[in-house]
Design a protein around this ligand. Structure first.
Ligand SMILES: Cc1cc2nc3c(=O)[nH]c(=O)nc-3n(C[C@H](O)[C@H](O)[C@H](O)COP(=O)(O)OP(=O)(O)OC[C@H]3O[C@@H](n4cnc5c(N)ncnc54)[C@H](O)[C@@H]3O)c2cc1C
Ligand code: SF4
Length: 506
């Protein structure tokens, strides 16, 4: 064999660079399902099923094309990618390995080590799925004191001529968030389109059965699994999003409502991250909807910013900062992750709803991730690496290049401000404003001490007090620090005492 082309579970695009120059007469393809990718670090049942179902469909399509594929099913081979590859190399004896750059630093190191141990060249190729390369990002970042997504995003809009009228942003503004992000009001969300459901076919049912058999100890549930797992299904999901949800996307982007997991979000992150969808086709479909008058500009710009801006930006942060990034803990947070993150068993209604939905579906939208589960972990002082492992485990769209900067940087401020210009901290009153959770909760969001005090609110003031010196140096936190200074010594002592009680368990 000349080349063995390695295809990872999040590289399911037939136009990937790894296929360039592939010659079925002398090259081979390799894919492997290994339990280690689900257990170390842990991955929920729905995330594992998502990857396996999509991999098996992709493998079936490759076989239909008549391509030579060496594929190992879950539980039938060795437990790690490195061991499985080493085993394959003994059997197939290729002269070289080919790989599109993986999305996970750990996986890259492991595969590199196997190639080196076997004395084989590894042809590592750029991942063309993304708009920008890591080199582009590094060039953007060079010489800047502070990195901010908004500047990177504008550069991307110009360079790729997205939502531009000549050299000006469409509609005259780069960002329309002032018109987005309303709450629902008392009546709650109205006329939410039903979730786009893809009933598991025989291949997906097989993947689900294997997860149940081999990975039964993993958290999460599989009963509602209905994600798009093929390119065709992903395109159908995109189409339905553009017509049914995009027109209302921005307006309620930050709003939450108990028992409403899907709202007007895209639910496309897993399809994008597994490369069933290309970001260019997603962005083009959204822009075309606006140009055809089918969706308003604030909704379309807000959506495109997530993909052309945030998604590319966090990838640049990840690959330019790893491996040290994963170990950062700027706030010296040391508490373990509370057990209820794995069960949803907590009297805090907002957390109970978000975590239960997460374990049921492998999904929560951005504000639930940032301002409910993420905010609580930050205020509680959970060690960021434990928070990172939870996020990497529970969401069907979790791949480390995107999950880690969002968790460690944006949500936990563990990188000391590289990703976010200030810690995203708020009291329970933010959650009250953006949702109906507090109406069904035994705690009171405006109260910071006493048995009925909202734990978010208590821990918010405690967070300000604990990090006052550092926060005082950040002009964007000045007002919040000033408010802390207005509290009497007795009030502050009562907050500290209640915070300690909350941390011990409610
Ligand atoms: C703590 C935390 C952890 C996160 N972990 C992940 C993760 O593991 N995988 C992941 O894809 N996203 C992650 N995000 C970003 C974001 O929350 C999800 O992309 C989004 O909720 C997925 O749902 P959706 O497809 O309905 O997205 P929508 O809200 O409808 O957004 C559209 C698309 O934009 C992209 N996008 C939106 N926000 C971001 C962002 N901040 N960074 C990168 N891309 C973005 C996604 O591809 C998404 O599908 C995380 C955010 C936080 C705060
Ligand atoms: S009162 Fe506090 S804990 Fe309860 S739902 Fe509101 S924010 Fe969450």
């Amino acid at each position: 064999m000349r080349h063995l082309v390695l295809i990872l579970g999040d590289q399911l695009n037939r136009d990937a660079s790894a296929f360039d120059g592939f010659d079925p007469a002398q090259d081979g393809l390799w894919m492997a399902e290994v339990t280690g990718e689900s257990t170390d670090p842990p991955s929920s049942q729905s995330r594992s099923a998502m990857f396996l179902a999509a991999m098996r469909h992709f493998a079936a399509a490759l076989r239909t094309e008549g391509l030579p594929l060496d594929y190992t099913l879950l539980g039938q081979g060795l437990p790690t990618l490195a061991a499985a590859l080493a085993d394959t190399l003994q059997r197939l004896r290729p002269q070289a390995l080919v790989l599109t750059a993986p999305g996970d630093w750990r996986v890259l190191q492991a595969l590199r080590a196997v190639a080196a141990a076997h004395g084989l060249p590894l042809d590592l190729r750029d991942d063309r799925h993304f708009y920008s390369t890591v080199r582009d990002f590094a060039a953007h970042a060079k010489g800047r004191k502070q990195l901010r997504m908004e500047f990177f995003y504008r550069e991307m809009r110009r360079r790729h001529a997205v939502l531009m009228d000549g050299d000006q942003p469409a509609g005259g503004e780069w960002n329309y968030d002032a018109q987005n992000r309303e709450s629902f009001g008392k009546a709650g969300p109205q006329y939410v389109p039903p979730r786009v459901v893809f009933a598991p076919d025989a291949i997906t049912q097989g993947a689900i059965a294997d997860v149940r058999q081999h990975l039964a100890q993993l958290p999460g549930r599989l009963d509602s699994f209905a994600w798009p797992v093929t390119r065709l299904q992903a395109l159908q999901a995109l189409d339905r999003f553009i017509t049914e949800r995009l027109p209302h996307f921005g307006r309620h982007q930050d709003a939450m409502w108990a028992g409403e997991p899907w709202l007007w979000h895209a639910h496309l992150a897993a399809a994008l991250n597994l490369k069933l969808l290309n970001p260019r086709e997603v962005v083009a479909a959204a822009e075309a909807a606006w140009r055809a008058g089918q969706a308003p500009l604030p909704a379309v710009e807000g959506f495109i910013r997530q993909i052309l801006g945030w998604r590319e930006y966090v990838r640049g942060i990840y690959w330019t900062q790893m491996p040290d990034y994963a170990a950062r803990n700027a706030l010296d947070a040391q508490a373990p992750l509370p057990d209820f993150y794995w069960t949803g068993d907590t009297p805090m209604a907002c957390l109970r709803d978000t975590i239960t939905q997460t374990l049921d579906h492998g999904y929560a939208h951005h504000i639930q991730r940032l301002m409910v589960t993420g905010l609580y972990a930050l205020l509680h002082g959970v060690v960021p690496q434990a928070v990172h492992h939870w996020y990497l485990a529970v969401y069907v769209d979790a791949v480390e290049w995107v999950e880690l900067p969002n968790t460690l940087g944006m949500s936990q401020y563990a990188d000391g401000g590289l990703m976010a210009s200030k810690p995203y901290v708020a009291t329970g009153q933010y959650i009250q404003r953006m949702s109906n959770h507090c109406a069904g909760c035994r705690f009171k969001p405006a109260q910071r001490v006493g048995d009925e005090a909202c734990p978010f609110t208590t821990l918010y003031w405690d967070f300000l007090a604990r990090h006052q010196v550092m926060l005082a140096q950040n002009p964007r936190m000045a007002l919040q620090v000033k408010n802390l200074a207005r509290l009497s010594a007795e009030e502050r002592a009562a907050i500290t005492a209640r915070a300690a009680q909350v941390r011990r368990g409610l």
